[in-house]
Structure formats: C-alpha cells, structure tokens
Design a binder for this molecule. Structure first.
Ligand code: CUA
Length: 199
C-alpha cells in the first residue's frame, strides 16, 4: 500500500492508460475472432511440405490451393504460372510452402500476410467475393530477383471462368493423344531392361 501511495501521480495515470488500452485491444481481438470470424494464419503441422502447386476443388465454391513460393515466382497449381484464377465468390483455403528460402506472401487488398518457410506449411482462408485482380507480392528479401517476385489472383465472373476453363481443357486434349500413343512405340523394345538383374 505504501508503495502505491508513494507513486508519482503521473505514473499512476500512465499505468491506468496502459491497462485500459490493453483491455480495449484484447476485447477487439476477441470481437474480431468470435464476432467477425477473422481467422489468424496458422502453421500446419500434420501436412508435409509439398514441392508443386495444386488446386483441389471441393464442393461448391470452396477450393483448396497448395501454393509454393520459389525463386522467384508463386506456383499455385494454375495452368498459368504465377496466376490463380477463381470464380467470383470463392473461398480459398490456402496452404503455403517454400521450395527454397524464406519468402513472403502478401495479397493486395486482403488481410493476408503469410511467410513461406522451408520445411513448414502455413494456412489461411481468404474469401474472394469481388471481381478483380489481386496482386501477390513477396515481401521478404529472397535474392537478387526478390523485387520481381509477384503473382496475381484473378477473380472472374462465374460464366467467364467456366468458359475459360472449358477452352483450356479442349486445347489440352489434342496433346494427350500423341502422348498416349508413345508408350505403344516403346513397347517395340521390351528387351531393354538395364535393371533386369535387380529388383
Ligand atoms: Cu521471394 Cu522475396
């Protein structure tokens, strides 16, 4: 008691202000989490790091994206490297790994600020409910081309998105036919088994 009485009145005010600010900040965090559903990015420990980008489509407009940051681009599993195209209203469940060193992953206009860390996978969810282009920038120095390391998430009207994907699938199909015929030609040489004696 005697120490509080001996305290400078200004010091008491400073402590009071600090305590009330901490209370406000803590309440804001609880409100954002419980009331607004704002999620905090998390490190995923049950998923081993992956080396290539991948898009896994779930039901409706939920998709899971495995993104890999490497010198000096973002592979998000899209046919166009550095891009991720999604229809309007998509919620992206984003998993981020690194192919080499530590990179940053910031999505312009979104509350997303992740690190791509070698040996680890980080996860967050992002809702894209407005059409437009959202730039991705690497914001962690990662080598001489760091300032060039960027990507984009293109949020498209659903009809346009479906049309584009159909066109790409049709373009990809004619290439599959010659590839499918190639194994038949190599079957002409079945004796070529350099590892014949090994199992
Ligand atoms: Cu990647 Cu800077």
């Amino acid at each position: 008691m005697s120490t509080i009485k001996a305290m400078d009145p200004l010091e008491k005010i400073a402590i009071g202000l600090a305590l009330s600010m901490m209370t406000v900040f803590f309440s804001a965090v609880v409100f954002a989490s419980a009331g607004l559903g704002v999620g905090v990015p998390t490190c995923v420990t049950n998923l081993p790091p992956f080396a290539e980008g991948k898009i896994i489509r779930g039901s409706g407009k939920n998709i899971e994206v495995h993104a890999v940051a490497k010198m000096w681009m973002f592979d998000m599993g899209d046919a166009n490297i550095g891009e991720l195209r999604v229809p309007e209203g998509t919620e992206v469940n984003l998993y981020l790994a690194s192919g080499d060193v530590v990179h940053g992953f910031h999505i312009e206009g979104k509350n997303v600020n992740l690190m791509a860390v070698p040996g680890a996978v980080n996860n967050t969810k992002v809702m894209f409910d407005k059409i437009g282009e959202y730039k991705i920038v690497c914001h962690e120095y990662c080598g001489i081309q760091h300032q060039m390391m960027a990507g984009v998430i293109k949020v498209m009207p659903e009809a346009e998105y479906n049309k584009t994907m159909q066109e790409e699938q049709q373009q990809a199909q004619p290439q599959e036919t010659p590839q499918a015929q190639q194994p038949e030609k190599t079957q002409d040489k079945p004796q070529e088994k350099p590892n014949g004696g090994q199992q």
